[in-house]
Design a protein around this ligand. Structure first.
Ligand code: UT7
Length: 334
């Protein structure tokens, strides 16, 4: 009997309406469009502005988009995973709320967080569930409301991040499409270079503190250190996954790399010798959308993907966490 592999069979996305351009950022912090574009490749990003709407709002919209496009009956979904670094609330699963709202009444659900690698590690998790034969339809959603933890007075971070969600459906495949191989890593010594210090269990919110005035409640990063680690490690794992699978650059159709900085994406593509035409890029429109980045690339490039295309996924993020996945696309878009 053929081995079961975990294939992606549908994708959906959601972007908030509000567009935060580089020009608008020029009025908020000391920066300029030329610096942002040349140092990061970002021209604009989307922000979820409305009070009371969190990551789940975007995750639900992205899932509804997938359901409408694919005629999926949500009752058939076995498992909903929300990959996110910005859960709606502490001690209440965002995924459970999303599953309830999209009508996935027969599914169980949970959240997964490994910063910008959340979706990549989620793909590995989903593949294991599918390959076990226990589950047939798994919805993996990457969603982040990064604006909820960004200090719009800090030019080192506010120019980079945006809000978004995208969803993919995984199903078993008996013809070898989908997940092929993975190489995933973490190094917890890296957490001092990229983190939100306060609001978790180590430094909980204290009565009397006013959120919004204390820098500890915002993302802080040592950009240069994160940049160097991202360049080295994303390129390294991409090269390893090719070697491990006896692949050359000619075998690869696409690189789907985490979109944190265009220079990091270029360095990864250069290391494995890919041309620009083989590299998925949408950073100019959305910035770094953390867990939403990889599925958003798939949603944007879906019409160009062909059955059998070989894709290398790569990500690097807080933790540090990083890795690469070798994947075969399973369908042509009608
Ligand atoms: O997804 C999670 C992983 N995160 C990442 O991968 C992000 C990795 N890091 C980066 O992408 C880059 O480090 C940044 C985009 C954050 C910063 O770019 P950089 O080329 O590393 O700049 P830098 O921090 O080395 O700063 C260079 C100069 C400094 O001025 P001086 O000291 O040379 O006079 C900064 O103060 O650029 C200045 N600068 C800015 N200037 C205009 C820093 N941010 C800005 C800004 N606008 N927004």
């Amino acid at each position: 009997m053929n081995k079961i592999t975990a294939a992606i069979t549908a994708v959906g996305k959601y972007l908030p309406d509000y567009v935060l351009t580089n020009k608008i950022l020029e009025t908020m912090v000391e920066t300029n469009d030329e610096w942002i574009v040349s140092r990061t490749g970002i021209k604009e990003r989307r922000i979820l502005k409305e009070d009371g709407k969190g990551t789940s709002f975007m995750a639900i919209k992205a899932s509804e988009n997938l359901i409408a496009k694919s005629n999926l009956d949500p009752k058939e979904i076995d498992l909903v995973i929300v990959a996110t670094a910005t859960a709606d609330m502490q001690a209440a699963s965002t995924a459970a709320f999303v599953a309830a709202k999209i009508g996935a009444t027969n599914a169980f659900s949970f959240d997964m967080d490994s910063a910008c690698s959340s979706f990549l590690f989620g793909m590995s998790t989903v593949a294991a569930f599918i390959e076990s034969g226990k589950y047939k339809k798994i919805l993996l959603i990457g969603a982040d409301k990064n604006s909820s933890m960004i200090d719009y007075k800090d030019r080192a971070t506010c120019i980079i991040f945006g809000d978004a969600a995208a969803a993919v459906l995984f199903e078993p495949n008996m013809n070898g499409f989908g997940m092929q191989d993975e190489y995933l890593r973490t190094d917890g010594n890296g957490r001092e270079f990229l983190k939100v210090l306060k609001g978790g269990s180590a430094y909980p919110f204290k009565k009397g503190e006013e959120f919004g005035t204390d820098e500890g409640y915002f993302v802080k990063q040592e950009g240069r250190t994160v940049f160097k680690n991202a360049v080295f490690n994303m390129a390294d794992v991409s090269e390893r996954i090719l070697e491990k699978n006896n692949l050359t650059k000619e075998d690869i159709n696409w690189l789907a790399a985490h979109q944190a900085n265009k220079r990091i994406i270029d360095a990864t593509a250069n290391r494995i010798g890919l041309d620009d035409s083989q590299v998925m890029v949408n950073i100019e429109k959305y910035g770094n959308t953390t867990s939403a980045t990889l599925p958003l690339l798939l949603a944007d490039y879906e019409s160009q993907l062909k059955k059998g295309d070989k894709i290398i996924f790569a990500a690097f993020g807080g933790g540090f966490s990083w890795g690469a996945i070798y994947f075969k696309w399973a369908y042509n878009t009608k």
